[in-house]
Design a protein around this ligand. Structure first.
Ligand SMILES: *Cc1c(COP(=O)(O)O)cnc(C)c1O
Length: 825
């Protein structure tokens, strides 16, 4: 492929800006709908959404192109955010907000008696991620564009995103999410930047006449990587960044040999094999996947993206790599793209002719790694035999990196062979494995955790040996979320109220929400705050009614836990409390009662049996509670199906109480906690992850803290006797009795036995019962506080006002200051 700028590009003047008044929008919308899509106003809403998307996309295009052209200039240092997941959600509404076209768009739709929200909600969520890690990548892309930072996102264009969750008799059913079926107006295919990715094959080593040598990777099965670009608009700043998603395609539609031999189906099969690589997102959150196809996805992303960066480099610099590390930095989102370390070495040595030392100097100055978990089961390891078969040349490079690294360890700690074994990138054993986190650390100039506690625990636990060797590499970057999507877009009423009080500059500088603190005591303001919250609760109640057929009364406290279903997040602790409240109602202990609507939502990994049983338990408990006339409005419980980004946009504005109740030391950061806080929810939480920083920001008096701390959890494991906790606590005993006597599964004998056993197991890793008393007591304080309306409102306002620190703009500012060192363009 030519590395020169195409001549036809050079003379084209900048695109002119299109008019953005409602009449112009309406006329373009109508033209797209009728002439381009061949539809009419009475059609299914998806086409209305599509026509509006093209209308808005036209208004993004000029800035998109000019932004790209600025980044292409010689000397512009760029960062590449590499992630197997980007949990984007919907795009149309977000672009409208970022372009400042809300009211013009609304008016344009009104011309046709359409409602903008109805149109935007016809968009399928881009669910290219599992949960927090993938959503973080999407929030980061938004912040980079809003801060005008030259950052390109690299990811995979999965044909099928996160599965759609349905229920059958309360059990989770996974349905495929074919989100691209109706087309995606927010992607631009760029076949001109296709890359070739190698798999399999064999190695040869040749010496050339000059005394040099070269590794050859031959007879490979090649797959094409085709990029699809997605625009990421900044907030009212004429900047549009790019998220480049790779799609796999066969090199030749037919293998001619097979075709001539009459093996038509075999030929087509090869095509399918290639295209399977980007077919589906692996639906496991916080646990490793271990499947061959997943390793292929990882290498496919890493290789395609690195080749793309090298292609762009050579446009300006030709074959001179001496300044490559000055102008490029790669941020690896967890270990998923870590094979990029070996791949960059391979490309620089085998394809570009650099020496090992030259290639290593570049690699170790351009790679940065973000760790996302303390759970050992989530640390990626790949069997060496898989590497041998799929990626023999990268494996050879990993061996060499490891050999050189272990020599350094031996120099540092002579004779300490135990330490060498512990730190080796290759884990010895029956099945030898590549430890991806260690590969990432050895090659990276920066290693960060995602909240203060998490980063600290990494240096003391999982990565202690590495911290002793290279303390300067380790740093913390507490996560954040974008206030554009999570407040300005998701909560327009609250946004108007905030803007009316303190002006609108909080949207691009979220630290300014602190100005709200001056108004906490203002009765009139608090009353308006209450009105907005109630309207948002009404919207959430309608969603619950529609999807769960449960009636939530907006006078009740809305108590919400939405996140992936995982034992460490302890949805079980939440259910135990709900059962306790039910028990109190049944025994008539309802003096000074606070009515409560409990909402739980989230997906369980399809292979995570006990997580799926937790969902079933919530649904069964909900059935009993919601159909008991004696309970009435005092308590409701619902499980909202198919939790995702667009659901969260309705859930978090309508929440009073945010449940962040993980076992301390297990939740790396959490980001759901931040979205709720920004929207004025009060947190009940453990001393874990970013909860600690939320507590610091808002003050103990505005946060319901409970439970063991991380070091207490570790100490407690030595003498944990859950059965004695049950015996000593009447409330807990009654709750366990209701579970054990089958009160919630009278027609389904024994189905919850495993859950009950896990709670009573002295080796329960999540120590759920250890925190029961403290949790219930904290919930009692919550209920009492909620009944004091003005006290609760003050807490709510204080939470939003103290949430400035949790903007992803702050996080990205820190990544840039400490790691990327880019110049805002
Ligand atoms: C924010 C978010 C998450 C992460 O939630 P946690 O509570 O931090 O686990 C997961 N999924 C979606 C759809 C989100 O928006």
């Amino acid at each position: 492929m030519s590395t020169k700028k195409p001549a036809c590009d050079i003379k084209i003047p900048p695109m002119e800006k299109l008019p953005t008044d409602s009449a112009a929008l309406a006329s373009d919308f109508q033209r797209y709908l009728t002439r381009y899509l061949g539809r009419y106003l009475g059609c299914v809403p998806f086409y209305l959404y599509e026509a509006m998307s093209y209308t808005i996309r036209d208004r993004v295009m000029a800035d998109w192109r000019s932004t790209w052209r600025r980044y292409e200039n010689k000397g512009v240092r760029k960062a590449y955010y590499m992630s197997l997941e980007f949990l984007i959600g919907r795009s149309l509404g977000n672009h409208i907000l970022n372009l400042g076209l809300d009211s013009e768009s609304e008016m344009a739709m009104n011309t046709f008696a359409l409602d903008l929200e109805e149109v935007t909600s016809a968009e399928h969520d881009a669910g290219l991620g599992n949960g927090g890690l993938g959503r973080l990548a999407a929030c980061f892309m938004d912040s980079c564009a809003s801060l005008k930072l030259p950052v390109i996102g690299y990811g995979i264009r999965y044909e099928y995103g996160m599965f759609r969750q349905e229920f059958d008799n309360g059990y989770q059913i996974e349905e495929p999410d074919h989100w691209l079926r109706d087309g995606n107006p927010w992607e631009l295919e760029r076949p001109e930047y296709t890359q070739v990715i190698k798999f399999g094959g064999r190695l040869e080593y040749i010496s050339d006449i000059n005394g040099g040598s070269r590794h050859l990777w031959l007879d490979t099965d090649d797959v094409l990587a085709i990029p699809y670009d997605v625009p990421i608009s900044g907030y009212k700043n004429n900047t549009v960044n790019t998220l480049r998603l790779w799609s796999a395609s066969a090199t030749n539609i037919f293998s001619l040999e097979d075709f001539n031999a009459g093996s038509y189906p075999e030929a087509v099969e090869a095509k399918n094999d290639a295209e399977h690589i980007t077919m589906v997102l692996y639906p496991n959150d916080a646990s490793e996947n271990g499947k061959e196809l997943r390793l292929k996805q990882q290498y496919f992303l890493a290789s395609a993206s690195l080749q793309d960066v090298i292609r762009m480099w050579e446009i300006n610099e030709g074959n001179d790599y001496s300044r490559f590390a000055d102008e490029n930095v790669f941020q690896m989102n967890d270990t998923h793209p870590t094979i990029a370390v070996a791949e960059l070495m391979r490309l620089l040595m085998d394809e570009k002719g650099l020496s090992w030392d030259e290639a290593w100097a570049i690699t170790s100055k351009t790679m940065a790694y973000t760790n996302h978990t303390l759970l050992p089961e989530a640390l990626e390891k790949w069997p060496v035999f898989l590497f041998e078969r799929l990626l023999p040349r990268p494996l050879q490079i990993i061996y060499e990196i490891n050999a050189r690294f272990l020599k350094q360890v031996a120099r540092q700690w002579p004779g300490d062979t135990q330490r060498q074994m512990r730190m080796s990138i290759i884990e010895e054993g029956e099945v030898r494995q590549v430890r991806m986190a260690y590969l990432a650390i050895v090659a990276s100039f920066s290693v960060n955790g995602v909240a203060a506690l998490h980063s600290d625990l990494l240096t003391k636990g999982l990565f202690r040996d590495f911290y002793e060797l290279w303390p300067e590499r380790f740093n913390n970057k507490t996560n954040g979320v974008t206030p554009r999507r999570w407040v300005a877009h998701a909560n327009p009423d609250l946004s108007s109220l905030i803007t009316a009080q303190i002006g609108n500059d909080w949207v691009h500088d979220f630290s300014r929400v602190a100005k709200l603190k001056a108004h906490v005591g203002d009765k009139d303001f608090a009353e308006r705050w209450h009105t907005v919250k109630t309207a948002n609760k009404k919207r959430l109640a309608a969603l619950v009614k529609k999807h769960c057929d449960v009636d939530f009364d907006t006078d009740s406290m809305f108590d919400v836990q939405v996140k992936r279903i995982h034992e460490y997040k302890r949805q079980l602790l939440n259910i135990l409390h709900v059962i306790h409240l039910y028990d109190r109602i049944k025994r008539g202990d309802t003096k000074n009662w606070t009515n409560r609507c409990v909402l739980i939502g989230g997906k369980a990994a399809p292979g995570y049996h006990i997580a799926k049983m937790i969902i079933k338990l919530v649904n069964n408990v909900a059935d009993v509670i919601n159909n008991d006339p004696q309970v009435g409005n005092r308590l409701k419980l619902a499980f909202i199906p198919n939790y995702g980004v667009s659901k969260m946009e309705i859930v978090c504005p309508g929440t009073d109480l945010s449940e962040q109740i993980s076992t301390a030391g297990k939740e790396a950061s959490g980001t759901g906690n931040m979205k709720f806080m920004m929207n004025g929810a009060v947190t009940i939480g453990t001393y874990d992850g970013a909860n600690i920083e939320i507590l610091d920001a808002v003050g103990e008096e505005n946060f319901f803290l409970f439970g063991l701390k991380a070091e207490e959890v570790e100490a407690r494991r030595q003498h944990y006797h859950p059965q004695s906790l049950v015996d000593e606590d009447d409330d807990l005993e009654r709750v366990m009795h209701l579970l054990q006597c089958g009160h919630f599964n009278s027609l389904e004998s024994k189905i919850f036995d495993e859950i009950i056993d896990s709670l009573l197991n002295p080796h329960d890793p999540w120590l759920t019962l250890a925190d029961f008393r403290s949790y219930v007591d904290a919930q009692t304080r919550v209920a009492a506080t909620y009944r004091d309306k003005s006290a609760w409102l003050a807490m709510s306002i204080n939470n939003t006002a103290s949430s400035g620190h949790f903007s992803a703009d702050r996080t990205i500012g820190e990544y840039n200051e400490d790691i990327w060192k880019l110049t805002s363009i």
